[in-house]
Design a protein around this ligand. Structure first.
Ligand code: 9MR
Length: 350
């Protein structure tokens, strides 16, 4: 019997592999090591092509902005749960888990929380808010980012935000204690960006150690991991190890990989930002991005301390990075603008 030419056999084999990988849900690929999630917006859950991708590839959702205080409680004593409820209901209807984000973030704090400046009043408002939100979703939101981005970028360990200026570092303790009281079984996280950089990691771990010393109930650290092109892996490994060494859980909470690697000036006054990728540069970036996504997922897979990895959005068209630090087409996520899987997704499920 004559065998078909080697090239043909190889071609058929490759085709088979590609088909198998395109069919494999991302969440199943990593099911033995960690859960895979995605940041969503309530409106997209009603759009069939997007919601199908979400339920197929992810086992967890987090609200990109609709569970923050400025959306839930724009005015004192008045709650709007509509979007948050819709996201939690979608997750429950589809057997998915919900990560709560975020009880307290200086950028989404409505003015009424801090009005008047009296620390006792501020504490009471914060505790009431945290209690009301956490108890509404008790047993349904399995983990909360209790405080988001409390750590500074240069100055002392604490970020010099309106909360810190009003009451010092105590606001962090109050939020964690109130969350624990409202749901003793929920995992409580301090979430921050830049832990892949040594100096920031040291500050984050210093703040965490200080909280643990005073028996503040912190269970884990959320690493946002908003990464850029040319990010190396050392800092990622160090960040995950540092949290494990402190005896805590890590979640990778807001993973995305920007096509740009801007200098600090771009973030300060939008000078020196990298120019928009040309069409013939995109494929090269997507290949680099696939390698980096794969390396980050591997870093999570080999560590028992990492129990969840979430991307900060479903597809490139939805990402905040198209508008930050300036308006520029970006390609940071696992699906492209037409919802097609990118090389990064293929690389992960292969
Ligand atoms: O991506 C989010 C964007 O859609 C919202 O408008 C914004 C304000 O709510 O928050 C963005 O998400 C941020 C996250 O909550 C905390 N880390 C940085 C994220 C990007 O700014």
């Amino acid at each position: 019997m004559r065998l078909p030419p080697f090239e043909l056999l190889l071609g058929l084999l490759l085709l088979g592999t590609l088909n198998a990988s395109a069919d494999t849900p991302l969440k199943e690929t990593y099911a033995e090591s960690f859960e895979v999630g995605v940041a969503v917006q309530a409106a997209q859950l009603d759009r069939a092509p997007e919601s199908r991708l979400i339920t197929r590839h992810f086992g967890m959702v987090v609200a990109e902005y609709q569970m923050k205080a400025n959306v839930i409680a724009p005015r004192e004593g008045e709650y709007d749960w509509s979007a948050a409820d819709a996201i939690v209901a979608f997750a429950e209807a589809n057997g998915m888990r919900v990560r709560g984000h975020a009880l307290l973030w200086h950028q989404s704090t409505p003015d009424w929380f801090l009005a008047g400046g009296d620390p006792a009043a501020i504490r009471a408002r914060l505790e009431t808010y945290v209690h009301d939100v956490v108890s509404r979703y008790r047993g349904r939101v399995f983990a909360w980012d209790v405080v988001n981005e409390p750590v500074g970028d240069g100055e002392g360990p604490y970020r010099d935000n309106a909360w810190y200026r009003a009451v010092g570092k105590a606001y962090i303790d109050w939020a964690f204690h109130a969350a624990r009281e409202a749901d003793p079984d929920c995992l409580l996280f301090l979430n921050d960006y830049g832990t892949e950089r040594k100096a920031k990691l040291e500050r984050v771990m210093g703040v965490v150690a200080d909280l643990l010393d005073r028996s503040v109930p912190v269970d884990g650290v959320g690493h946002q991991f908003h990464l850029g092109r040319r990010q190396t892996m050392d800092g990622i490994h160090e960040a995950l190890d540092a949290v494990a060494d402190a005896g805590l859980v890590s979640h990778i909470t807001e993973l995305d990989i920007s096509a740009y690697n801007d200098p600090g000036s771009c973030f300060v006054n939008r000078t020196g930002c990298e120019p928009e990728l040309l069409d013939d540069e995109i494929a090269g970036f997507l290949a680099e991005q696939a390698d980096l996504y794969h390396a980050v997922f591997e870093a999570a897979r080999i560590r028992p301390s990492v129990s969840a990895v979430l991307t900060w959005g479903l597809h490139d068209g939805q990402s905040w990075l198209n508008n930050f630090p300036l308006r520029r087409t970006n390609h940071p996520l696992l699906f492209d603008r037409s919802l097609k899987p990118k090389p990064a997704l293929q690389g992960l499920v292969d």
